[in-house]
Design a protein around this ligand. Structure first.
Ligand code: FAS
Ligand code: PHB
Length: 388
C-alpha cells in the first residue's frame, strides 16, 4: 500500500514524485519506457519561472544554473525585420533556456538518493476503483502481474497514457483543435544564429531558431502533416531555415549535420475534469498545446505545483478541499495558456485556407506589436508565464 501511485516518469511524474517525497509522502512511479528511451525524447527548451522555482525548491537547480541560459527577450520575424520583445523590461521576469531532456535527467539522477521509487519498463497498466477511496493499479513487469494499492492515483502519463481514459466518458469533456501542419525539428552541434529565440512568419511558412547551449542549436520549420522526415535532407532544411528566418538571421546561421531530426504533430487539447474521485491528472495526460508558446512542459509544472500542494494538505492534515478544488485551479491556468498558444500559432503560421486578407491581418498584427508597448506587454506576460 502506498499513499500515491504516479503513472508516468516524464517531467510531470518525476517533479511530482520528488515534491511528495520531500513532504514525506510515500509514492511510487510506474513508467512504460526505459530511462534511456525517456531521455532520448527531444522536446521542450524554454522554462518559465514556475518550473525554475520548483527545481530550486527541490534543490535540483544546480546544473540548470550552471548550464542554462537566462533570456531577457525573444524575437518575432515577419520575413523582413526582427521585432524584439524585451520580456525583462516589460515584465521584470526572464525565461531559462534549458532542455526538457536535461530537466528530466536532473530529476532522474536524484531519485535513488531521495528514496523516490520509479519502476521502469512496465506494461499493461490498468487503473481500478478510481471512484472509491481504495483505488489500485495493476501492471506487468518481467512477465509477472503486480498490483499497487494506494489512496490517490496521479496520471502523468502523457497524451497516450491510460489515466485520462479511466475517467468515464459520461464525466469527461474534450476540447480539441488539430492543426494541418507539424513542426520538423533539427538538433545540431552548431552555435545558434542569434543569442535569443526567433519565431518567424514568412510567406513560405513558420520557422523557429532556438538553442540548447552556446554550441548546440534547435531549429524548426512547419511542414504539412503529410510530410515525411526522410523528404528533408539536412541541406534542404538549412536552406529553408535561411529563407524563412529572414536576412538578418540567415547571415549568422552555422550549418552542420543533424544529430536529431523529427516531425511533431500540433494540436490544442483540453480534457475536463482534471480530477475524478481518487484520480488526478497532470500535464499532457490532460492537455496539449502547440509548442509555439513554449507552454507544454511549463503547464505540466504548474499542474504539479497545484497537485503537490493539494496532496500535502490531504495527507498531512486530512483536508480534502484542495483536492476538490484541484481541477478548477489547474484548468484556470491551463485555459489561459491554451489561448496564448493557439493565438501565437494563429499569428505565426500559414493556414491552408488563408487568403491575402488573412496574410494582411497577420502582418498588420505583427506591425502593431512592433509599434505598441501595450501589445508587447501582453505578449511578454503570457510568454514568461502567468502567475500560479
Ligand atoms: P510526457 O509525455 O513527457 O511524459 C509521460 C510519460 O508517461 C512518458 O515517459 C511515457 O512513457 C509514460 N507513459 C505513457 N503511457 C504509459 C503507461 N501506459 N504506463 C506507464 N507510463 C506511461 N513543449 C514545449 O514546451 N516545447 C516544445 O518544443 C515541445 N516539443 C514537443 C515535441 C513532441 C514530439 C512532443 C510529444 C511534445 C512536445 N512538447 C513541447 C510538450 C512536452 O514538452 C510536454 O508538454 C511534456 O513532455 C509534458 O510532460 P508530461 O506531462 O510529463 O508528459
Ligand atoms: C525548443 O527549443 O525546443 C523550443 C523553444 C521554444 C518553443 C518551442 C520549442 O516555443
Amino acid at each position: 500500500m502506498v499513499q500515491t501511485c504516479i503513472i508516468g516518469a516524464g517531467p510531470a511524474g518525476l517533479l511530482l514524485g520528488h515534491l511528495l517525497r520531500a513532504e514525506g509522502i510515500d509514492c511510487v512511479i510506474l513508467e512504460r519506457q526505459t530511462p534511456e528511451y525517456v531521455l532520448g525524447r527531444v522536446r521542450a527548451g524554454v522554462l518559465e519561472q514556475v518550473t525554475v522555482d520548483l527545481l530550486e525548491r527541490l534543490g535540483l537547480d544546480a546544473r540548470m544554473r550552471d548550464e542554462g541560459l537566462p533570456h531577457n527577450g525573444f524575437n518575432l520575424a515577419d520575413g523582413e525585420r526582427l521585432i524584439r520583445i524585451n520580456i525583462k523590461e516589460l515584465t521584470g521576469q526572464e525565461v531559462m533556456v534549458y532542455g526538457q531532456t536535461e530537466v528530466t535527467r536532473d530529476l532522474m539522477e536524484a531519485c535513488e538518493a531521495r528514496g523516490l521509487e520509479v519502476i521502469y519498463d512496465v506494461s499493461d497498466v490498468v487503473l481500478h476503483d478510481i471512484e472509491t477511496d481504495t483505488p489500485s493499479v495493476m501492471y506487468t513487469k518481467g512477465g509477472s502481474k503486480h498490483r499497487i494499492d494506494c489512496r490517490i492515483i496521479v496520471g502523468c502519463d502523457g497524451f497516450h497514457g491510460p489515466s485520462r481514459k479511466a475517467i468515464p466518458a459520461a464525466v469527461g469533456k474534450e476540447y480539441e483543435r488539430v492543426y494541418p501542419f507539424g513542426w520538423l525539428g533539427i538538433l545540431a552541434d552548431v552555435p545558434p544564429c542569434n543569442h535569443e529565440l526567433i519565431y518567424a512568419n514568412h510567406e513560405r511558412g513558420f520557422a523557429l531558431a532556438s538553442m540548447r547551449s552556446s554550441t548546440r542549436s534547435r531549429y524548426y520549420v512547419d511542414v504539412p502533416v503529410t510530410e515525411k522526415v526522410e523528404h528533408w535532407s539536412d541541406e534542404r532544411l538549412w536552406d529553408e531555415l535561411a529563407i524563412r528566418l529572414g536576412p538578418e538571421a540567415a547571415v549568422n546561421i552555422t550549418r552542420g549535420p543533424s544529430i536529431e531530426k523529427s516531425i511533431a504533430p500540433l494540436r490544442s487539447y483540453v480534457f475536463t475534469p482534471m480530477r475524478h474521485g481518487s484520480l488526478l491528472l497532470c500535464g499532457d495526460s490532460a492537455h496539449i498545446v502547440p509548442p509555439t508558446g513554449a507552454k507544454g512542459l511549463n503547464l505540466a509544472a504548474s499542474d504539479v505545483h497545484y497537485a503537490a500542494n493539494a496532496l500535502t494538505h490531504f495527507f498531512s492534515r486530512g483536508a480534502s478541499d484542495a483536492i476538490a478544488e484541484y481541477s478548477d485551479t489547474a484548468l484556470a491556468r491551463v485555459w489561459k495558456a491554451e489561448r496564448f498558444s493557439w493565438s501565437l500559432t494563429r499569428l505565426m503560421h500559414r493556414f491552408l485556407d488563408d487568403g491575402p486578407f488573412e496574410r494582411a491581418m497577420q502582418l498588420a498584427e505583427l506591425d502593431y506589436i512592433a509599434s505598441s508597448r501595450a501589445a508587447q506587454e501582453s505578449l511578454a506576460e503570457n510568454y514568461v508565464g502567468l502567475p500560479v
